[in-house]
Write a protein that binds this ligand. Structure first.
Ligand code: PEP
Ligand code: MG
Length: 598
């Protein structure tokens, strides 16, 4: 059985099954070809014609993506078009054609390989992340030069739902596929943070990436069963596996229908504790789902998508426009916008970021913003302009010091005065909060509360920095336990500090989006949770079933626990009598997941 299973990274949850459609999107065969002096101009013209053709195709793709996934997603293609037209690169190709008398495709392939090797071996994470874009562009150019069709644009899907299998999924491929005939995605390359993974997630397509050898093992038409949560791909599943998967899919659909019925209901426990349920918005497409599922505002607007995968920093107007758009979707509720949380692997190409040995302990988040007024001031101005809508609030990521908050307040006052002087409509101050996502912020919470209007706990980073466990390291997956007593105790103490100072304190990390840990947060006293939009109704369903008293009993036990395992046991013990624990994991385990270390 085990040879029938491939393992990868689950990047977009959900169970899917269907026949594979293998997409061979590879570099074409290029023969080395020398030319005579009389052919030079013709080859250069051929190179430039290919540039026009590929740029035109990419532009059409950009329009298609803008229609299907939104304007911001389509900007990936702006970056690719710039790469196609890169004058330095084309100049170098022209030089080879003219002085070494190489044919256009030979010269292009030669230079392309040189750049790919340089980017692939660099320590610069940004360049390595953009390698997928570069490769996509080079494949298109070489196919145009040797006269092969641009298959990715002309891919035809059969009628039934298929699972696309590719070496690497480009954002363009992911977005243009017909959702009704697409069951899932599998690729050999890619991680959770690749553009295509983020897109698959926001479009709700189950996807497994980073599956080594997938193309060698899977043929067109091979029936696959994939689990986009655990990253398992089953080849030729048995009828029993398929039956179980189909039961899970229908159970999920039935449960979804039940959840839809709760949209207009309040999130209140059976013993009357009201919980505010807000949404986290990472991509603009999520706004609509958050509104439709009755979010009471947005507890975290991540602004990094305005920057990653782009060649230029977003301007003040573009940011103000986006912030207004989110704010006007929730006219009666707060919308909390987080200032740029750049650093680690998230730097715009236009930004000259240093290569660091330990980027997650390095020049990140609020540190970058305070050190780079050219980046920070336009964002603060955009926020002040959007805050004319009274519901806009602002919060700072990765705060470790009081002066990061006071320093930001000073900048806000200066920018407010400048906007006033210029006669531009804007708020004259901002409701300003701190994300509590470092142990330093927890310990200093009483002092931070003196300068903050509210707190929002980022449990993802708080767990990472408390347990010293890299949140992105698959090898440490089982050690990344947000319910660890060391984190739970901090969650209690930060809420106590906020309560003592009379300021609001919510949670926007993933703990709020996981059923059992949400119960723990409510039991600790949190009444404001900001969750991933697809989990809004599930959380409401859950909290409407479990009495606050049971949540509290679970939290009290958790505070006394010795380990994350003991906390889990306490949560299950106290929640178990009120909910079917199987429904807490509606995606459920695939048969193959049993006994498999993920
Ligand atoms: C967090 O760290 O919990 C958080 C919400 O921020 P991010 O996941 O964007 O780092
Ligand atoms: Mg964080």
């Amino acid at each position: 059985m085990s040879e029938q299973i491939l393992h990868g990274i689950g990047v977009s949850p959900g169970v899917a099954y269907g026949p594979a459609l293998v997409v061979e999107w590879r570099f074409p065969e290029v023969r080395d070809r020398a030319i005579g002096p009389g052919d030079v101009e013709g080859e250069i013209a051929k190179l430039l014609a290919a540039v026009e053709k590929v740029a035109g195709n990419l532009d059409r793709l950009r329009v298609r993506v803008a229609e299907r996934a939104g304007l911001e997603e389509s900007k990936i293609f702006d970056a690719q078009i710039l790469m196609v037209r890169d004058p330095d690169f084309l100049g170098a190709c022209e030089h080879l054609i003219r002085h070494n008398q190489l044919a256009a495709e030979t010269a292009y392939e030669f230079k392309a390989l040189e750049v790919r090797v340089a980017w692939g071996s660099t320590a610069n994470v940004r360049l390595r992340e953009r390698l997928a874009d570069l490769t996509a562009v080079q494949i298109r150019m070489l196919r145009a030069l040797v006269g092969d069709p641009d298959d990715e644009l002309e891919i035809t899907q059969p009628d039934g739902p298929v699972i696309i299998v590719a070496h690497e999924l480009s954002p363009g491929l992911t977005v243009q596929l017909d959702r009704d005939r697409l069951a899932g995605l599998v690729s050999e390359e890619g991680t959770r943070t690749s553009h295509a993974a983020i897109l698959a997630h926001s479009l709700g397509i189950p996807a497994v990436m980073g599956v080594p050898g997938a193309l060698g093992r899977i043929e067109n038409g091979t029936v696959l069963l994939i689990d986009g949560a655990s990253g398992i791909v089953l080849l030729d599943p048995s009828p029993a596996d398929l039956r179980e998967a189909s039961t899970q899919v229908s159970r999920r659909r039935k449960f979804d229908l039940e959840l839809e019925g709760l949209t207009a209901e309040q999130c209140v426990t059976p013993d009357g504790r009201v919980i505010d349920l807000l949404a986290n918005v990472d991509l603009p497409e999520e706004i609509e789902l958050a509104v439709r599922h009755g979010a009471q505002g947005v507890g975290l607007v991540r602004t990094e998508f305005l920057v990653t995968g782009r060649t230029a920093l977003p301007g003040e107007n573009e940011q103000a426009e986006y912030f207004r758009r989110v704010a006007s979707a929730f006219p009666d509720h707060p919308v909390t916008i987080r200032t740029f949380d750049l650093g680690g692997d998230k730097f715009p190409a236009a930004f000259d970021a240093p290569v660091e040995g330990n980027p997650f302990l390095g020049w990140r988040s609020i540190r970058v913003c305070l050190d780079q007024p050219d980046l920070f001031r336009p964002q603060l101005r955009a926020l002040l302009r959007a805050a004319v809508h009274k519901n806009v609030r602002v919060m700072l990521p990765l705060v470790t010091r009081v002066d990061e908050v006071t320093g930001t307040r000073d900048l806000i006052s200066e920018e407010a005065a400048a906007l006033r002087a210029a006669g531009i409509p804007a708020a004259d101050k901002l409701t300003l909060g701190a994300m509590i996502e470092t142990p330093a912020a927890v310990v200093l919470a009483d002092r931070l509360a003196e300068v903050c209007d509210f707190f929002s706990v980022g449990t993802n980073d708080l767990t990472q920095y408390t347990l010293a466990v890299d949140r992105g390291n698959a090898r440490l997956f089982s050690r990344f336990t947000p319910q660890d007593p060391a984190v739970v105790r901090q969650l209690r103490s930060v809420l106590a500090a906020a309560d003592a100072a009379g300021i609001e304190c919510g949670v926007c990390g993933e703990m709020a989006s996981e059923p059992l840990t949400a119960v723990l947060l409510v039991g600790l006293g949190y009444t404001r949770l900001s969750v991933a939009p697809p989990t809004l109704l599930l959380m409401k369903w859950l909290l409407r079933r479990i009495p606050y008293e049971a949540c509290r009993a679970a939290a009290l036990e958790a505070l006394e626990a010795r380990s994350a395992g003991e906390v889990d046991a306490a949560l299950k013990k106290h929640a178990g009598p009120f909910v079917d624990v199987h429904l807490l994991d509606p995606h459920g385990p695939l048969p193959a997941r049993r006994g498999v270390a993920v």
